[in-house]
Ligand binder design. Structure first.
Ligand code: AMP
Ligand code: TRP
Length: 335
């Protein structure tokens, strides 16, 4: 019997490549956590369409996201990696949860406020408004103990716990109350061009961002043109030397060499030397992941088979939870 607790997390298929921040801040944790948990990792295409998407791009990005996760070490034999729209129970449970969520409660979600302000209040969709409730459904279907997410998802996790408790007290114990596992930012990665801002896909300058899918030459160019300072010493000082500190931190996170040891080794060296070595370290960490992801992308039938298998695994648990929910709320079973 498998006695490991369940874990669930989700990622949007909204970019053609993950960046180094996603990799070091989230993906590496997910890969490690699959050892001690029964992990469910869902690519949330239903969430993606809460803002306008080009259909062909959404299709490609969904597969590219899956390919990068597998290439980085999410093992489809250990974990269930699947696409949200392949498991209809997500949309079905979301409806039930919509009906126990207060309008005011949903209105307090800060991510909706931010995103709808950006979209303009007239063009924000109702789907964007109910986004966190669909997220609660993603989570509660799998009875997970742990949900590894970034700090920005804390409020959505609180809503999920509230909805689970409300349902349980109204209809009888049905859902496990999940714990947010806020991933610590030991490896917060900053923009190479603007090293006081987080590396983010919405960066103003694409040179600030190292993508998992970048080729070696591009990675090397981006790192060599990283903004530093004029002082000339290589040491960790986030306040006065954010660019150099970011490069040291990227090196250390990927190579495992301590910052102190790097500072010693680079004492008296120029920034060019540091950048050259950081580029090598990044290329040797990211290169094989990119190559494997490209290989997976070139055999779409195999990739789709892996995702289909993930969805089958997910459905076993999801459908069981949904059946219990339908029964508790008073729906009759179809003959
Ligand atoms: P996003 O695509 O921005 O929603 O990010 C997905 C996940 O990647 C987040 O939950 C963060 O944990 C992680 N992440 C994103 N950007 C960074 C960054 N610059 N440094 C570290 N982690 C990041
Ligand atoms: N909202 C999450 C994000 O933007 C993505 C997500 C959707 C998710 N469903 C989830 C995360 C369930 C964890 C669990 O990052």
């Amino acid at each position: 019997m498998n006695a490991k607790p369940n874990l669930l997390s989700g990622m949007q298929p909204s970019a053609s490549s993950l960046h180094l921040g996603n990799y070091l801040g989230a993906l590496v944790n997910w890969v490690n956590m699959q050892e001690n948990f029964n992990a469910y990792y869902v690519i949330v295409d239903l969430h993606a369409i809460t803002v306008p998407q080009d259909p062909a791009e959404l299709r490609t990005n969904t597969r590219r996201t899956a390919a990068q996760y597998i290439a980085a070490g999410i093992d489809p034999a250990k974990s269930a990696l699947f696409v949200q729209s392949h498991v209809p129970a997500h949309a079905e449970l979301a409806w039930i949860l919509n009906c126990i969520t207060g309008f005011g409660e949903a209105s307090r979600m800060t991510q909706f406020k931010d995103k709808s302000q950006k979209a303009g209040s007239d063009s924000a969709s109702v789907g964007l408004f109910t986004y966190p409730i669909l997220q609660a459904a993603d989570i509660l279907l799998y009875q997970p103990k742990a949900v590894p997410v970034g700090e920005d998802q804390r409020q959505h996790l609180e809503l999920t716990r509230d909805l689970a408790e409300r349902f349980n007290s109204r209809f009888g114990k049905t859902f496990t109350i999940p714990e947010a596992h806020i991933m610590k930012e030991t490896a917060k990665i900053y923009d190479l061009q603007n090293p006081t801002a987080k590396m983010s896909k919405s960066a103003a300058d694409p040179k600030g961002l190292v993508n998992i899918m970048d080729d070696d030459t591009t990675i090397s160019k981006k790192i060599k043109s990283a903004v530093t300072d004029t002082e000339g010493s290589i040491k960790l000082d986030w306040e006065n030397k954010p660019g150099v500190s970011n490069l040291l931190s990227i090196h250390s996170s990927l190579s495992g060499e301590s910052i102190v040891s790097l500072e010693e080794r680079f004492e008296g060296a120029g920034y060019g030397v540091l950048k050259g070595e950081v580029a090598d370290v990044v290329i040797s960490a990211i290169g094989p992941i990119r190559d494997r992801a490209n290989e997976l992308m070139s055999d779409q039938a195999e990739l789709d088979r892996l995702l289909a298998r993930g969805a089958e695994k997910a459905k076993v648990v999801a459908n069981q939870t949904l059946a219990a929910v339908y029964d508790r709320v008073g729906f009759i079973k179809p003959e």
